[in-house]
Design a protein around this ligand. Sequence first.
Ligand SMILES: Nc1ncnc2c1ncn2[C@@H]1O[C@H](COP(=O)(O)OP(=O)(O)OP(=O)(O)O)[C@@H](O)[C@H]1O
Length: 227
Amino acid sequence: MNILIENLSKRFGKFEVLDNINLEIKTNSLVALVGSSGSGKSTLLRIIAGLETATEGKIWLAGQNSDALSIQQRGIGFVFQNYALFGHMTIAENIAFGLTLRNFPNPRVETRVRQLLHLIQLEEFAKSYPAQLSGGQRQRVALARALATEPKVLLLDEPFGALDTKVRKELRIWLRTLHERLGITTLFVTHDHREAAEVAHEIIVFEKGRVKQAGKPKQMISYLKKK
Ligand SMILES: Nc1ncnc2c1ncn2[C@@H]1O[C@H](COP(=O)(O)OP(=O)(O)OP(=O)(O)O)[C@@H](O)[C@H]1O
């Protein structure tokens, strides 16, 4: 799904968090949002997901004005840095959560959960609980849970932020491979320039609520090195 962001601004009181953002996120692309803390990256993701409303401007999702779409109708999967899994539910139940909520028939839920467990290579953990998994494994489950309802867009807000360097590196390769397989339009926020350059097709740099730079990783390397 293609995302078009048009003259988008967001103010909290007098504070301008996003200032006239214009962006196009192409279908099937994998785009990284980087920028200092407080530059508005998470707010933009939350507005796209429908968790927050813009003060001005529009977002078009596959050509449809997002104002007319509920959170469910947007077809968006979301993963946060600390998107805690439900501790009292097994891994399979966590993945099934969105499907059960939408009253999907049981056999369909079971098939989908099996496919997703295979995709994240955690089949043997179906009946385990989140506390029995490592941080990296838990984030893979969070991603599977976001993918369960077959979203057309994935929004990842610092998905690997809480993990150590080695696990982060493994997961970023995994994310890139997963994206090549599934081709879902993906926007992910990261503080880590190297991570952005390694994973994304395009990098967008935010500064004080504005788009400071945007381009392919190769074009951005010298700019990011100066940061
Ligand atoms: N609900 C809110 N009410 C008031 N101010 C808010 C609200 N949400 C965010 N802000 C402010 O908006 C600014 C941008 O926040 P945002 O989380 O979008 O930045 P960010 O670039 O994602 O930062 P980080 O990388 O630290 O997560 C911050 O100064 C934050 O305090």
